[in-house]
Structures are given as C-alpha cells and as structure tokens.
Design a protein around this ligand. Structure first.
Ligand SMILES: *Cc1c(COP(=O)(O)O)cnc(C)c1O
Length: 382
C-alpha cells in the first residue's frame, strides 16, 4: 500500500480491532484485563501501561508511516525522547547533538539528563565533518533534527548515519518538521526516528503525543521494556485522536507545503522583510541537499522582519488569522517569536551564535485559504 492508504487503514482493519467489525478503533479505557487462569492473559493484554488495544492500533499505524518494523507511542515528544535516551544510554556515555535543536530537547539534555552522568556536545551538523570531529571513545549516540527548529538548517542524514554505524553509534533523527510524509530517515540509514506527534501527526492542536520508530530489534527491545518500566504512555483517548488525525496526513501535508511556498515567496519579495528561510526556496543555502533527502519542504517558514524588537512585537500583535502561539503542525496557522517563546530556554549567547535573533519570526503555515494568510501578513507588516 502507498502512504495515503496506509495512513487511513493500517491498525484499523475491521476484524483486527474487534470482533464486531468496527471501522474505527474503539477507545479501550480498561486499565486491566481479566484472565481465565493465573498464567494466561486472554487476548495478550494484562495492564494498560504495558499494552492497550487502542495504543496497539496506533503503533501499527506509526510503524507503517516510517516503513519501520516497530513503533512505540508516548505521552509527548519529550516523553519519547527521555524514555529513549534512558533506554539506550548509561552513566558516562556521550551524545553528539545538532546545536540548533527544539528548545525543549536542549533543555532536557542540558538540565535534566546531564544530571544522570550523560554528556552532550552540540555541533553545527550542517557540516558532517563537525559531527565526526566531536565523536569520541564514549560517544554512543548522535542526535539530529533536519530541518532544525527554528532556523531550518539541514544536515546530511545519510552521510552522518554512515559514519556513525561504522563506529557502532546510534543515530536518532527527530523528524517532526517533515513528518513521515516528506522524509524517512530510516531509509537514509538512521537507527531511530522520533516524532512529536503533537505537531503534524495529530495535526489539529488538540493532542500531545510522541513516537519512536525503529527496525533495529535490540533498540526496540530496550525501548519497549522501558516504555512500560518508565510509563510515559499516551492515554487511549490520545491514541484515538492521533489515529484520527493521521488519516488526513497526506492531504494536509500537501496543502501545508503549497501554502508555505506561496507565503515564503511572497515574504521574500516584501520590503519589510529582511530575509526568509524556507527549504523550498532556491535562496535556502541547502536547497539541493534538502531536495535529495526530502520529498517536500514542509509548512514552517521562518523570517526576519526589518526594524527593532518593538516593531517585531507590534507586527505579531497585529496578525489576526495567524494566532500568536507556540507549537506548529496544526491545520490553523500559528506565528511566534522564538527568542522570547519557544527558544527562551536557550541561553542568550547560544541563541546569538545560532542566529536566533530578536527579529526572527517563525510561522507554521496552516491549511486555510492562502490568500487570507497573505492578506493577514501584509496587513500586519504594513
Ligand atoms: C514540539 C517538538 C518536540 C517536543 O514534543 P512535545 O510533544 O511538545 O513534547 C520535539 N521536537 C520537535 C522538533 C518539536 O517541534
């Protein structure tokens, strides 16, 4: 089956989900499952943290989207990240990570996981050589995002994964921005793909979720054990909302991308805009690499507004169709100021080095009529 078909059917085949032939997976709220005998759970289920039928349906679907053997669902993207790292690493291990990461990921690494004897080095992974040079004897994991948040920097997933696997290092790619529709890091050689399902997978800004996908049995066994041992699992209702959201992923991504391209081109020609960052634009410094490893450019457009911080804040106050809010990937358009919102937890100095200036704005372009979006931005910029 092709992507759009799998996104609708896998995990919810009538007969697979229930005896009654439900076309939609029921929300299984039972936290425990009765047995006939001491050693024998009836349908393979014992306790919902360990496994739950609605979550099983979601995990089958998630695996199908990334063409992986396995998927595991979590209560949020960060829950998936923490559970994964704690499953695979131990005290003394070293991680090389892209320096332009989702702010919460960097906070989790630098302020929480580093308390457990893990070391993190951040490098500009746009040059694969920088990753290579940061790898040492204790390096066990390379953590990538591509394109990054909010500067949409791209790294060569294939080249970095190749070097890593030769040295027995696990490569993890946070694929949230592209969604499985536009990029499949496992096919490029990565060992684990991670998603904040809160974004494009859910797609409607009404559910938090996280997922990891892998075809590596050893990684899966450890991560599955810890999904239960740590317990950061999504509720059955969350699983239902994600299953429902994913059904329209293919059509949503197509429209996100069309709208984002139109918005990016329009802003690039606007006199009040200093520069626009969008992988689909020829002006993106890594446009060619992007074309090689992604089949689209997604729905996030970052840009710098001319003027002072005050001007930028005035602009953000004046948009009406775009909501001034964190997050991305929903059907509705959102706009935000990374330096004071999503990336406020990144120290000022680090933000400066990365290029997250006070004038930078990040837009998650939704699937509304694009002429309304452009009119809204124009009005506020004027
Ligand atoms: C939102 C996000 C996360 C964190 O996910 P939550 O679901 O908010 O915990 C991680 N990575 C990226 C790229 C994100 O955008």
């Amino acid at each position: 089956m092709k992507f759009a078909t799998k996104a609708i059917h896998v995990g919810e085949e009538p007969g697979l989900v229930s005896e009654s032939g439900d076309v939609v997976a029921p929300i299984h709220l039972s936290t425990t499952f009765a047995r006939r005998e001491v050693e024998k759970p009836r349908g393979g289920y014992e306790y919902s943290r360990t496994a739950n039928p609605t979550r099983d349906a979601l995990e089958l679907r998630l695996a199908a989207l990334e063409e992986s053997k396995h998927a595991l669902a979590f209560a949020s993207g960060l829950a998936a990240e923490a559970s994964l790292v704690l499953s695979l690493l131990k005290k003394g291990d070293h991680v090389v990570a892209f320096d332009d990461l989702y702010g919460g990921t960097r906070r989790l690494f630098s302020q929480t996981l580093s308390n457990f004897g893990l070391d993190f080095t951040y490098v500009d992974a746009r040059e694969a050589r920088n990753v290579d040079q940061a790898v040492g004897k204790r390096t066990k994991m390379i953590w990538l995002e591509s394109p990054t948040n909010p500067l949409l920097k791209i790294c060569d997933i294939k080249a970095i994964s190749e070097v890593a696997s030769r040295r027995d290092i696990i490569t993890v790619v946070d694929n949230t921005f592209m969604s499985p529709y536009f990029q499949n890091p496992l096919q490029l050689g990565a060992d684990v793909v991670l998603h904040s399902a809160t974004k494009y997978l859910g797609g409607h800004s009404d559910v938090l979720g996280g997922a990891i996908m892998t075809s590596n049995e050893e990684i899966y066994t450890k991560a599955k054990f810890n999904q239960n041992a740590i317990g950061a699992v999504p509720s059955p209702f969350d699983c239902f909302l994600l299953l429902r959201g994913i059904k329209t992923l293919a059509v949503r991504m197509e429209r996100h991308q069309l709208n984002a391209m139109r918005v990016a081109e329009h802003l690039e020609a606007h006199p009040a805009v200093e520069k626009v960052i969008y992988p689909g634009l020829k002006s993106h410094p890594q446009h060619t690499l992007g074309k090689r490893q992604m089949s689209g450019s997604g729905g996030v457009v970052s840009f710098e507004v001319k003027g002072t911080l005050r001007d930028v804040k005035r602009f953000l106050r004046r948009v009406k169709v775009f909501s001034l809010a964190e997050s991305l990937g929903g059907v509705e358009s959102l706009i935000e100021h990374p330096a004071s919102m999503t990336h406020a937890s990144v120290p000022g100095k680090a933000r400066e080095v990365l290029g997250i200036t006070d004038r930078l704005v990040r837009a998650s372009v939704g699937i509304e009529d694009v002429s309304d979006l452009i009119e809204d931005l124009d009005g506020a910029l004027d």
